[in-house]
Ligand binder design. Structure first.
Ligand SMILES: Cc1cc2nc3c(=O)[nH]c(=O)nc-3n(C[C@H](O)[C@H](O)[C@H](O)COP(=O)(O)OP(=O)(O)OC[C@H]3O[C@@H](n4cnc5c(N)ncnc54)[C@H](O)[C@@H]3O)c2cc1C
Length: 421
């Protein structure tokens, strides 16, 4: 049977593409091919099983989370499916939402499965042909149609949407197949790396402080003579550091590393990140405060408790070579300068990354080759790419599912519109 629109991948992006393709015109024959025995396997573990489905920040704020190229690319998709309209898709079938800190949106059920279950209802109601346990092995572009070869049989379609996700958390089905298929079809793939992961630090003095956390600090590193920064919370873990600021900066930090998950290349080169523990104060303000405190005979580690967690002050002073119990009124200028410098720019060498723990994939189908207004390939008419497969990734907070759903929706609608024209 010839399909009008076929979608490879039954993740959030592919399923919403299918829903839009089928609901835009009831005559469209739509098929979703999914290699797992269910849809949304990764979706069901998002947000620790609670599904942080999107982020409700105004779109102009959301766009600031991306670099210039990504932001230019995703703008149209975000405006084409604004949050309210998007959440209505679920509300219309009885699922309500709540907002938590930092504009993060979750279903009131606190269950990602309830999101998956609504997607399944749509598939049924819209008569979308869902083929589970069908692994797509190859795609041929045959004049006005595409031939999709799976491990079971072949399907022919007029429009094809590829939504196979990234390459991390492979047990959920995203094993990088879409990158290989896109490459064979002539698309360029920006180097595939992990993103949103914790850092390993081989410093037992630091990791013995596991559980200590820092609120709203700034972390930075240098890339191509530019300083890359992130703000957020940091947590010392039993093998390094994690927390929102680390997870979010990791997607940019990985640029420094010679990694290519598609080629199984993992050459980790040690790099240093810098922590600003007191981003709300500048060096002069800290200096004035230390000079004021120098009139007292407080021990320096006690003084530092105003800036750092108590237990960390000992580690900090040891690391920068300042005596722990020196009194503030005996603090030498060199020690004072060391304290100021390290409160603002404390170096931590990263010894490794936990790439398997990467929530997302960095890199993917080059954005230069995709029309941001439709998600259609600029190289092959009738071919669309969506979701994590694309060379765009957001920070934590619901932004990645937002990319998956909005690009999927746009591709589904565009594919349907192009059939009607
Ligand atoms: C643990 C974890 C928690 C996360 N939590 C959040 C969160 O709370 N909020 C958020 O915004 N983001 C979160 N993310 C990221 C988010 O899950 C992804 O960005 C999103 O799932 C990407 O959607 P997608 O549809 O593009 O790809 P996927 O969800 O990976 O779906 C791709 C689908 O394609 C199928 N497929 C692949 N290859 C083939 C093939 N050859 N043939 C047939 N089918 C194929 C796969 O089986 C899969 O079902 C989390 C990620 C992880 C790993």
């Amino acid at each position: 049977m010839m399909y009008d629109i076929a979608i490879i991948g039954g993740g959030p992006s592919g399923v919403l593409a299918g829903i839009k393709a089928a609901s835009s015109n009831s005559k469209n024959k739509v098929i979703i091919l999914e290699k797992n025995n269910r849809i949304g396997k990764k979706l069901s573990i998002t947000g620790q099983g609670r599904c942080n489905i999107t982020n409700n920040a105004p779109i102009r704020e959301t766009l600031k989370k991306y670099d210039k190229k990504e932001s230019k690319f995703i703008k149209h998709a975000l405006y084409s499916l604004k949050n309210d309209e998007f959440l209505d898709i679920f509300r219309n079938k009885g699922l309500e939402f709540k907002m938590e800190d930092n504009n993060r949106v979750f279903p009131v059920t606190d269950s990602a499965e309830s999101v998956v279950s609504i997607l399944n209802k749509y598939i049924e109601d819209l008569n979308i042909d869902l083929k589970l346990n069908h692994e797509v092995l190859n795609v041929l572009n045959d004049n006005d149609c595409f031939v999709i070869k799976t491990d079971k049989n072949e399907f022919i379609t007029r429009k094809l949407i590829i939504s196979t996700g990234g390459i991390t958390y492979q047990n959920t089905g995203s094993t990088g197949d879409g990158f290989r298929i896109a490459k064979k079809l002539g698309h360029s793939i920006e180097t595939i790396k992990p993103g949103l992961f914790p850092f390993i630090i081989n410093d037992s003095n630091l990791t013995s402080l596991s559980g200590l956390s820092f609120k709203n600090i700034k972390v930075s590193f240098k890339y191509n003579n530019k300083t890359i920064e992130e703000n957020g919370d940091l947590l010392i873990s039993n093998n390094g550091v994690t927390g929102s600021v680390i997870i979010n900066i990791s997607r940019k930090f990985i640029k420094l590393e010679d990694y290519d998950l598609l080629e199984n290349k993992r050459n980790f080169k040690k790099e240093t990140i810098f922590i600003d523990f007191v981003s709300q104060l500048n060096r002069e303000e800290i200096k004035d405060d230390i000079i004021k405190a120098s009139k007292t005979n407080k021990e320096v580690h006690n003084y530092l408790r105003k800036y750092l967690p108590n237990k960390f002050t000992f580690y900090f002073l040891n690391k920068i070579g300042v005596e722990l119990d020196i009194r503030m009124n005996n603090l030498k200028k060199t020690s004072r300068n060391k304290i100021i410098e390290n409160l603002k720019h404390f170096p931590i060498e990263i010894d490794g990354i936990i790439d398997k723990a990467g929530f997302i994939t960095v890199g993917g189908v080059s954005l230069n080759e995709i029309n941001p207004k439709t998600m259609e390939s600029k190289l092959i008419q009738g071919l669309y790419f969506t979701g994590e497969l694309l060379d765009i990734c957001g920070p934590t907070g619901g932004y990645n599912l937002q990319i998956a759903f909005t690009t999927g929706s746009l591709a589904g609608e565009s594919a349907s519109n192009s059939l009607n024209n």
